[in-house]
Design a protein around this ligand. Sequence first.
Ligand code: PMT
Length: 308
Amino acid sequence: MDAIDDANQLRETPKNEVISFFESAPLLKDAAEIEKSLKEFVDRNTSSSGNLNGKANRVVCIASGGTTVPLEKQCVRYIDNFSSGHRGAASTEYFLKAGYSVVFLYRRGSCQPFCSSLPDDPLLECFSVADDSSIEVAEGILLKLPFTTIFEYLQILQLISVSLRDVGPSAIFFLAAAVSDFYIPWESMALHKIQSASGPLDIRLAQVPKMLSVLRNEWAPMAFHISFKLETDTDILLAKATMALKKYKMHMVIANELSTRKEEVIVVTEQEKVTVRRDCTRAGAEVESPLVELVVDRHSTYIKKFDA
Ligand code: PMT
């Protein structure tokens, strides 16, 4: 699901693909409650006095964990995208320490901030439509919004970006989630468990429109945008990251290689390429600590441009 298609990278995201993705997606449960929580959260943390944590008005949306693509409406089987959610959870902790308020958009059952191991959730329970709301607000500066499927992820991301629009350049989108590139449109999805008696299964997957350009250009044009690039082949990693920076007009692309992602990442911007490493002389040190420090520094420079 993460295979990169060069031709697709160079293609603009057609508007009709975006519209048809949202029109055909199953309605987001709790949309009204999510919008209300977001509004309260933004109002509380972007008042003239700023949030209780000190860095006035700065908010980061951290997307974390992998999205799933269900194969059946009453889902028994699904295609998953690899991500433990560790990057997003650890980064959340460092952004909070740096004085940001955080909207944590996370995959149900993935790593959580201030809680180093994975919760013990049976994965399939995540697909049943739960009646209880799982929106959580911790001490007013951390809003946790869960997703499981690609449909939920992109719909909630849109709600977040609209809510953060007035925060302008003080908002960051830190998109560490591993997002599905292909999906089965809801209207062509089987309702019940697909039966194996009819032999091998042929499925045609539609392409998920790349939402980075829509987010950057339309949903939150003033915010500071950071996307990630994951590869297993180091030889193509930097080229792919640089391509994403240009194509989606990102302010920063964080390039990481699967096997070394906990040791080092390369931060790519228009001006520089900086390798950020975990401090291996300190037990328990994480690469997210110097990474978030660098992001906060570059974000401060970005905000200053608007003050001038
Ligand atoms: O969670 P961990 O186990 O700690 O691992 C962290 C990580 C390796 C998952 C993380 O550091 C990382 O690299 N995340 C992005 C992984 C990825 O597969 O990205 P991508 O190539 O699918 O997408 C690139 C960017 O485009 C991402 O920022 C994604 O949010 C965005 N995207 C992708 C598909 C799509 N249809 N629309 C998008 O906007």
